[in-house]
Write a protein that binds this ligand. Sequence first.
Ligand code: AMP
Length: 302
Amino acid sequence: MAILVVGSVAYDTVETPREKRERQLGGSASFFAVAARGKVPVRCVGVVGEDFREEDLQLLRDHGADTSGIVREPGASFHWSGRYHADMIERDTLATELGVFADFQPGIPAAWRGSEYLFLANIHPDLQLHVLEQMTGPRLIALDTMNLWIETTPEALRRVLARVDILLVNDGEARQLTGKRSLAHAARDIAAMGPRRVIIKKGEHGALYFGADSVLAVPALILDDVVDPTGAGDSFAGGFMAAVAAAGAGRDDGDAVFRAAMLEGTVTASFCPEGFSVEGLLHASDDTYRKRLDALRAMMIP
Ligand code: AMP
Protein backbone atom coordinates (compact mmCIF):
# COMPACT_ATOMS: atom_id res chain seq x y z
CA MET A 1 0.00 0.00 0.00
CA ALA A 2 2.30 2.77 -1.20
CA ILE A 3 1.61 6.50 -1.21
CA LEU A 4 2.87 8.64 -4.05
CA VAL A 5 3.45 12.26 -3.06
CA VAL A 6 4.15 15.05 -5.51
CA GLY A 7 5.18 18.37 -4.03
CA SER A 8 7.97 20.75 -3.20
CA VAL A 9 11.34 19.60 -1.89
CA ALA A 10 12.78 22.85 -0.75
CA TYR A 11 15.05 24.97 1.35
CA ASP A 12 13.30 27.26 3.81
CA THR A 13 14.66 30.31 5.59
CA VAL A 14 12.57 30.79 8.70
CA GLU A 15 12.65 33.69 11.11
CA THR A 16 10.90 33.53 14.46
CA PRO A 17 10.97 36.17 17.19
CA ARG A 18 13.74 34.10 18.83
CA GLU A 19 15.85 32.68 16.04
CA LYS A 20 16.58 32.58 12.36
CA ARG A 21 17.45 29.44 10.41
CA GLU A 22 18.76 29.69 6.86
CA ARG A 23 18.12 27.17 4.12
CA GLN A 24 16.88 24.32 6.23
CA LEU A 25 15.18 21.29 4.70
CA GLY A 26 11.56 22.09 3.86
CA GLY A 27 8.94 21.62 1.21
CA SER A 28 5.57 19.95 1.37
CA ALA A 29 6.78 16.56 0.09
CA SER A 30 9.63 16.48 2.64
CA PHE A 31 7.35 17.14 5.62
CA PHE A 32 4.78 14.69 4.30
CA ALA A 33 7.34 11.90 3.81
CA VAL A 34 8.92 12.23 7.26
CA ALA A 35 5.49 12.54 8.88
CA ALA A 36 4.42 9.17 7.47
CA ARG A 37 6.93 7.62 9.93
CA GLY A 38 7.71 4.66 7.67
CA LYS A 39 4.23 3.21 8.29
CA VAL A 40 3.84 2.65 4.56
CA PRO A 41 6.24 3.19 1.65
CA VAL A 42 6.22 6.82 0.49
CA ARG A 43 7.31 7.54 -3.06
CA CYS A 44 8.41 11.14 -3.58
CA VAL A 45 8.24 12.97 -6.88
CA GLY A 46 9.80 16.41 -7.04
CA VAL A 47 12.72 18.46 -8.29
CA VAL A 48 15.81 19.89 -6.60
CA GLY A 49 18.65 22.05 -7.87
CA GLU A 50 22.41 21.59 -7.86
CA ASP A 51 22.63 23.17 -4.41
CA PHE A 52 20.50 20.51 -2.73
CA ARG A 53 22.53 18.62 -0.14
CA GLU A 54 22.78 14.88 -0.65
CA GLU A 55 22.50 14.44 3.14
CA ASP A 56 19.00 15.95 3.04
CA LEU A 57 17.86 13.42 0.45
CA GLN A 58 19.51 10.73 2.57
CA LEU A 59 17.56 11.92 5.61
CA LEU A 60 14.29 11.42 3.68
CA ARG A 61 15.46 7.96 2.64
CA ASP A 62 16.44 7.10 6.22
CA HIS A 63 12.84 7.80 7.20
CA GLY A 64 11.16 5.53 4.75
CA ALA A 65 10.91 7.73 1.66
CA ASP A 66 11.87 6.53 -1.78
CA THR A 67 13.50 9.58 -3.38
CA SER A 68 14.18 8.05 -6.77
CA GLY A 69 11.40 10.24 -8.23
CA ILE A 70 13.18 13.43 -7.15
CA VAL A 71 15.14 14.70 -10.10
CA ARG A 72 18.10 17.06 -9.91
CA GLU A 73 18.17 19.85 -12.48
CA PRO A 74 20.69 22.61 -13.21
CA GLY A 75 19.82 25.70 -11.16
CA ALA A 76 18.76 26.50 -7.61
CA SER A 77 16.35 24.53 -5.43
CA PHE A 78 12.97 26.01 -4.54
CA HIS A 79 13.54 28.46 -1.69
CA TRP A 80 10.82 29.80 0.58
CA SER A 81 11.43 32.37 3.25
CA GLY A 82 9.02 33.47 5.97
CA ARG A 83 8.86 35.44 9.19
CA TYR A 84 6.57 34.53 12.09
CA HIS A 85 4.82 37.14 14.18
CA ALA A 86 5.00 37.15 17.99
CA ASP A 87 1.95 34.83 18.17
CA MET A 88 3.89 32.16 16.18
CA ILE A 89 0.80 31.64 14.03
CA GLU A 90 0.65 34.53 11.60
CA ARG A 91 3.51 34.65 9.15
CA ASP A 92 4.67 36.84 6.32
CA THR A 93 6.13 35.21 3.25
CA LEU A 94 9.29 37.18 2.50
CA ALA A 95 10.35 35.34 -0.63
CA THR A 96 9.30 32.49 -2.89
CA GLU A 97 12.15 31.72 -5.27
CA LEU A 98 10.99 28.99 -7.62
CA GLY A 99 14.39 28.11 -9.10
CA VAL A 100 14.17 24.69 -10.81
CA PHE A 101 10.57 24.41 -9.59
CA ALA A 102 9.53 26.97 -12.24
CA ASP A 103 9.90 24.43 -15.08
CA PHE A 104 8.86 21.39 -13.05
CA GLN A 105 6.83 18.92 -15.13
CA PRO A 106 6.34 16.00 -12.78
CA GLY A 107 6.99 12.74 -14.58
CA ILE A 108 5.82 9.68 -12.68
CA PRO A 109 8.19 6.72 -13.01
CA ALA A 110 6.39 3.88 -14.83
CA ALA A 111 6.69 1.55 -11.82
CA TRP A 112 4.94 4.11 -9.59
CA ARG A 113 1.91 4.87 -11.78
CA GLY A 114 -0.07 2.13 -10.10
CA SER A 115 0.49 3.49 -6.56
CA GLU A 116 -2.65 2.91 -4.51
CA TYR A 117 -2.63 6.28 -2.76
CA LEU A 118 -1.87 9.68 -4.20
CA PHE A 119 -1.20 12.89 -2.31
CA LEU A 120 -1.09 15.96 -4.49
CA ALA A 121 0.68 18.47 -2.27
CA ASN A 122 0.35 22.17 -2.82
CA ILE A 123 1.60 22.85 -6.37
CA HIS A 124 0.07 24.47 -9.45
CA PRO A 125 -3.28 22.73 -10.14
CA ASP A 126 -2.32 22.08 -13.77
CA LEU A 127 0.66 20.09 -12.51
CA GLN A 128 -1.59 18.24 -10.09
CA LEU A 129 -3.84 17.32 -13.01
CA HIS A 130 -0.84 16.30 -15.10
CA VAL A 131 0.16 13.87 -12.31
CA LEU A 132 -3.35 12.50 -11.99
CA GLU A 133 -3.47 11.77 -15.70
CA GLN A 134 -0.35 9.59 -15.48
CA MET A 135 -1.79 7.37 -12.74
CA THR A 136 -3.57 4.10 -13.43
CA GLY A 137 -6.42 4.42 -10.95
CA PRO A 138 -5.37 5.07 -7.35
CA ARG A 139 -7.60 3.79 -4.59
CA LEU A 140 -7.71 7.26 -3.04
CA ILE A 141 -6.57 10.73 -4.05
CA ALA A 142 -6.06 13.63 -1.62
CA LEU A 143 -5.15 17.17 -2.53
CA ASP A 144 -3.80 20.25 -0.77
CA THR A 145 -3.84 23.75 -2.21
CA MET A 146 -3.30 27.36 -1.13
CA ASN A 147 -4.65 30.88 -1.49
CA LEU A 148 -2.30 31.59 -4.42
CA TRP A 149 -4.01 28.99 -6.65
CA ILE A 150 -7.51 29.84 -5.40
CA GLU A 151 -6.88 33.43 -6.48
CA THR A 152 -4.84 33.02 -9.65
CA THR A 153 -5.89 29.71 -11.24
CA PRO A 154 -9.46 29.03 -10.05
CA GLU A 155 -10.58 27.18 -13.21
CA ALA A 156 -7.60 24.82 -13.17
CA LEU A 157 -8.20 24.19 -9.49
CA ARG A 158 -11.86 23.33 -10.20
CA ARG A 159 -10.78 20.88 -12.90
CA VAL A 160 -8.51 18.94 -10.58
CA LEU A 161 -10.90 19.16 -7.61
CA ALA A 162 -13.54 17.40 -9.69
CA ARG A 163 -11.28 14.34 -9.75
CA VAL A 164 -10.09 13.99 -6.14
CA ASP A 165 -11.56 12.25 -3.10
CA ILE A 166 -10.27 14.39 -0.24
CA LEU A 167 -9.41 18.08 -0.02
CA LEU A 168 -7.26 19.36 2.85
CA VAL A 169 -7.36 23.12 3.33
CA ASN A 170 -7.23 25.59 6.17
CA ASP A 171 -10.29 27.53 7.26
CA GLY A 172 -9.32 30.72 5.43
CA GLU A 173 -8.80 28.81 2.19
CA ALA A 174 -12.13 26.99 2.54
CA ARG A 175 -13.92 30.33 2.89
CA GLN A 176 -11.97 31.87 0.03
CA LEU A 177 -12.67 28.94 -2.27
CA THR A 178 -16.41 28.99 -1.67
CA GLY A 179 -17.23 32.54 -0.58
CA LYS A 180 -19.06 31.03 2.42
CA ARG A 181 -18.41 32.23 5.95
CA SER A 182 -19.84 29.14 7.61
CA LEU A 183 -17.37 26.25 7.42
CA ALA A 184 -20.26 23.77 7.25
CA HIS A 185 -21.56 25.55 4.15
CA ALA A 186 -18.06 25.81 2.73
CA ALA A 187 -17.49 22.06 3.20
CA ARG A 188 -20.80 21.28 1.50
CA ASP A 189 -19.90 23.49 -1.46
CA ILE A 190 -16.47 21.88 -1.74
CA ALA A 191 -18.03 18.41 -1.68
CA ALA A 192 -20.24 19.51 -4.58
CA MET A 193 -17.06 20.40 -6.51
CA GLY A 194 -15.80 16.79 -6.29
CA PRO A 195 -14.10 15.75 -3.02
CA ARG A 196 -16.55 13.68 -0.99
CA ARG A 197 -14.47 14.24 2.14
CA VAL A 198 -13.23 17.64 3.23
CA ILE A 199 -10.71 18.33 5.99
CA ILE A 200 -10.56 21.88 7.25
CA LYS A 201 -7.49 22.65 9.37
CA LYS A 202 -7.76 25.35 11.99
CA GLY A 203 -4.19 25.51 13.29
CA GLU A 204 -4.00 25.58 17.07
CA HIS A 205 -7.78 25.04 17.20
CA GLY A 206 -7.61 21.60 15.58
CA ALA A 207 -9.24 20.24 12.47
CA LEU A 208 -12.70 19.43 11.14
CA TYR A 209 -13.62 16.38 9.10
CA PHE A 210 -16.66 16.52 6.85
CA GLY A 211 -17.13 12.95 5.68
CA ALA A 212 -19.46 10.98 3.50
CA ASP A 213 -21.85 10.35 6.39
CA SER A 214 -20.45 12.10 9.49
CA VAL A 215 -18.67 15.15 10.85
CA LEU A 216 -15.84 15.15 13.39
CA ALA A 217 -14.08 17.97 15.22
CA VAL A 218 -10.65 17.10 16.60
CA PRO A 219 -8.92 19.52 18.97
CA ALA A 220 -5.23 20.27 18.57
CA LEU A 221 -2.89 19.03 21.27
CA ILE A 222 -1.79 21.79 23.59
CA LEU A 223 1.92 22.39 23.15
CA ASP A 224 4.29 23.78 25.76
CA ASP A 225 6.52 25.42 23.22
CA VAL A 226 6.29 26.32 19.55
CA VAL A 227 9.64 26.63 17.79
CA ASP A 228 8.70 26.61 14.08
CA PRO A 229 5.21 25.72 12.81
CA THR A 230 6.29 25.54 9.15
CA GLY A 231 5.11 22.30 7.60
CA ALA A 232 2.50 21.42 10.22
CA GLY A 233 -0.21 21.17 7.54
CA ASP A 234 1.87 18.82 5.40
CA SER A 235 2.74 16.80 8.51
CA PHE A 236 -0.96 16.45 9.27
CA ALA A 237 -1.48 15.17 5.74
CA GLY A 238 1.41 12.69 6.09
CA GLY A 239 0.09 11.28 9.37
CA PHE A 240 -3.47 11.14 8.04
CA MET A 241 -2.66 9.49 4.71
CA ALA A 242 -0.25 6.98 6.27
CA ALA A 243 -3.03 5.85 8.60
CA VAL A 244 -5.55 5.58 5.76
CA ALA A 245 -3.08 3.68 3.55
CA ALA A 246 -1.98 1.36 6.38
CA ALA A 247 -5.66 0.46 6.86
CA GLY A 248 -6.07 -0.11 3.13
CA ALA A 249 -9.08 2.21 2.99
CA GLY A 250 -10.62 3.28 -0.29
CA ARG A 251 -12.95 6.02 -1.51
CA ASP A 252 -16.11 3.95 -1.01
CA ASP A 253 -15.39 2.97 2.59
CA GLY A 254 -17.33 4.40 5.49
CA ASP A 255 -16.02 7.17 7.71
CA ALA A 256 -14.57 5.04 10.53
CA VAL A 257 -11.03 4.74 9.15
CA PHE A 258 -10.94 8.39 8.13
CA ARG A 259 -12.11 9.52 11.57
CA ALA A 260 -9.36 7.47 13.22
CA ALA A 261 -6.85 8.89 10.72
CA MET A 262 -7.87 12.42 11.80
CA LEU A 263 -6.41 11.60 15.23
CA GLU A 264 -3.21 10.27 13.68
CA GLY A 265 -2.87 13.39 11.56
CA THR A 266 -3.42 15.60 14.58
CA VAL A 267 -0.84 13.79 16.71
CA THR A 268 1.70 13.77 13.87
CA ALA A 269 1.21 17.49 13.22
CA SER A 270 1.72 18.25 16.92
CA PHE A 271 5.40 17.27 16.73
CA CYS A 272 6.21 19.49 13.77
CA PRO A 273 6.15 22.92 15.52
CA GLU A 274 8.38 21.63 18.32
CA GLY A 275 11.53 21.96 16.24
CA PHE A 276 12.90 23.70 13.15
CA SER A 277 12.46 22.00 9.79
CA VAL A 278 11.62 18.30 10.28
CA GLU A 279 13.48 18.09 13.62
CA GLY A 280 10.32 18.01 15.73
CA LEU A 281 8.98 15.10 13.68
CA LEU A 282 12.29 13.26 13.99
CA HIS A 283 12.29 13.54 17.78
CA ALA A 284 8.90 11.86 18.10
CA SER A 285 9.55 8.36 19.46
CA ASP A 286 6.91 5.65 19.08
CA ASP A 287 6.33 5.86 22.82
CA THR A 288 5.70 9.63 22.82
CA TYR A 289 3.50 9.20 19.76
CA ARG A 290 1.32 6.66 21.55
CA LYS A 291 1.12 8.84 24.66
CA ARG A 292 -0.05 11.79 22.60
CA LEU A 293 -2.66 9.67 20.88
CA ASP A 294 -3.96 8.65 24.31
CA ALA A 295 -3.85 12.28 25.50
CA LEU A 296 -5.81 13.38 22.44
CA ARG A 297 -8.44 10.70 22.96
CA ALA A 298 -8.71 11.77 26.61
CA MET A 299 -9.27 15.38 25.48
CA MET A 300 -12.22 14.22 23.41
CA ILE A 301 -13.96 12.17 26.08
CA PRO A 302 -16.23 13.96 28.53
P1 AMP B 1 2.85 24.78 5.63
O1 AMP B 1 3.53 25.43 6.81
O2 AMP B 1 2.20 23.47 5.97
O3 AMP B 1 2.00 25.73 4.88
O4 AMP B 1 4.03 24.34 4.60
C1 AMP B 1 5.14 25.15 4.37
C2 AMP B 1 6.06 24.46 3.37
O5 AMP B 1 5.51 24.65 2.07
C3 AMP B 1 7.45 25.05 3.34
O6 AMP B 1 8.40 24.04 3.65
C4 AMP B 1 7.65 25.62 1.94
O7 AMP B 1 8.89 25.25 1.38
C5 AMP B 1 6.51 25.04 1.14
N1 AMP B 1 5.92 26.05 0.26
C6 AMP B 1 5.64 27.35 0.53
N2 AMP B 1 5.10 27.97 -0.54
C7 AMP B 1 5.01 27.02 -1.53
C8 AMP B 1 4.55 27.02 -2.89
N3 AMP B 1 4.06 28.13 -3.49
N4 AMP B 1 4.59 25.86 -3.57
C9 AMP B 1 5.09 24.75 -3.02
N5 AMP B 1 5.56 24.67 -1.74
C10 AMP B 1 5.52 25.79 -1.00
